[in-house]
Design a protein around this ligand. Structure first.
Ligand code: ASP
Length: 160
């Protein structure tokens, strides 16, 4: 079953080259009462440094809260990583820090997590714990879906 709705992250660059971004939760039903999630927490579900770039996320928010993934990814870009490298490294850190109860029998996180990254020079990437996955891009060439790089590949017919 393909959920048609959910959390979205949106990053933009204006004609002056300024970057901004937002992450909006889905209004998902059956959330734990009182749970805030990662979407509104700067550094967890989104982060932007206008000198470097931005990162936002969808998926298991607890992983982002524990690892401050979006802040980490922007710092990795500051250190010279490409958006793709930074997003994959953030996913690897999450995988390393995942408790055994949340791993499958091959040691892989059983949950989905994605990052969407934009660099100051316009390079961008989507990275996903599980692939195949896509994200939407609009630029001067129009709108299209691009593939996320993924850490693990989902068996055909399954979706995380
Ligand atoms: N990251 C959101 C949360 O954990 C959920 C989602 O992206 O699906 O609240």
């Amino acid at each position: 079953y393909r959920r048609p709705t959910g959390t979205v992250h949106c990053a933009t660059m204006n004609t002056a080259g300024d970057i901004s971004c937002t992450t909006s939760p889905s209004g998902l039903a059956f959330k734990v009462p009182g749970r805030v999630g990662d979407s509104p927490i700067i550094g967890a579900g989104l982060y932007v440094d206008n000198a470097i770039g931005s990162c936002g996320s969808t998926g298991r928010g607890e992983a982002n809260l524990q690892n401050l993934c979006c802040h980490a990814a922007v710092e990795l870009m500051r250190g010279g990583a490409s958006p793709e490298e930074a997003g994959l490294e953030a996913l690897k850190r999450v995988a390393q820090h995942t408790s055994p109860r949340l791993k499958d029998n091959r040691g892989r996180p059983k949950f989905g997590l994605r990052f969407y990254l934009l660099a100051k020079d316009g390079r961008h990437a989507g990275t996903s714990m599980w692939g195949p996955a896509e994200f939407a891009v609009t630029d001067s060439e129009g709108s299209r879906l691009e593939s996320c790089q993924h850490l693990y590949r989902q068996p055909k017919g399954k979706k995380k």
